[in-house]
Design a protein. Structure first.
Length: 189
């Protein structure tokens, strides 16, 4: 049986995607969200978070603990130069990063399954609220000492048997949701 093709759709070429260069990206207004990576062991996950952060105009990434930092060939493998476009900063301790974020008026949320968490669909940031999101280690999650300093926790609803996502998948889900709530809906009304 011959498969019917959809003749009105055509895959876009890279030259048609209206991509901006790194300098333009750096000067583009970002959504007021900082991603905090708490002891992420996989450079592929780190690179993926850089790439997702670039796509959704995230302000910055804070790399904490033993999370690797650019330049790093394994981060680059998945970041594809997003490690050059997205601002980042390193902290020896995640708690140091949280203290600095609070000093500058950020509300800090762990992306974690905790009692009293807010389900992601129910999370609604206030207009112009500056937010920091902590994504934790692939096995242990966000450290309890970091959770203790947070203003709250956001949980991604899950209904299967595993109740966990890879950190890069979690970041994609949460950042897409916040991008829609903070930026996309405001700019497309």
């Amino acid at each position: 049986m011959k498969q019917k093709t959809n003749s009105y759709m055509r895959k876009l070429k890279n030259s048609e995607l209206s991509r901006i260069d790194i300098d333009t990206f750096k000067s583009t207004e970002k959504i007021p969200v900082i991603v905090v990576l708490d002891n992420i062991r996989s450079c592929n996950n780190i690179g993926s978070v850089f790439r997702t952060s670039d796509a959704f105009l995230i302000e910055s990434i804070f790399l904490c603990g033993y999370t690797a930092t650019p330049p790093n060939k394994d981060i680059h493998k998945t970041a594809l130069d997003a490690e050059k476009s997205v601002n980042w900063k390193y902290y020896k301790e995640t708690t140091e990063a949280i203290s600095e974020l609070k000093k500058y008026g950020y509300k800090v949320y762990a992306i974690e399954q905790v009692d009293k968490s807010i389900l992601l669909p129910d999370f609604s940031p206030a207009a112009d609220e500056k937010i920091a999101l902590i994504f934790g280690n692939e096995i242990k999650g966000v450290q309890q000492k970091a959770i203790d300093l947070c203003d709250g926790a956001i949980e991604i609803p899950q209904y299967g048997t595993k109740h966990s996502f890879n950190i890069s998948v979690s970041a994609g889900i949460v950042l897409w949701d916040l991008f829609n709530k903070c930026y996309y809906s405001d700019n497309n009304q």
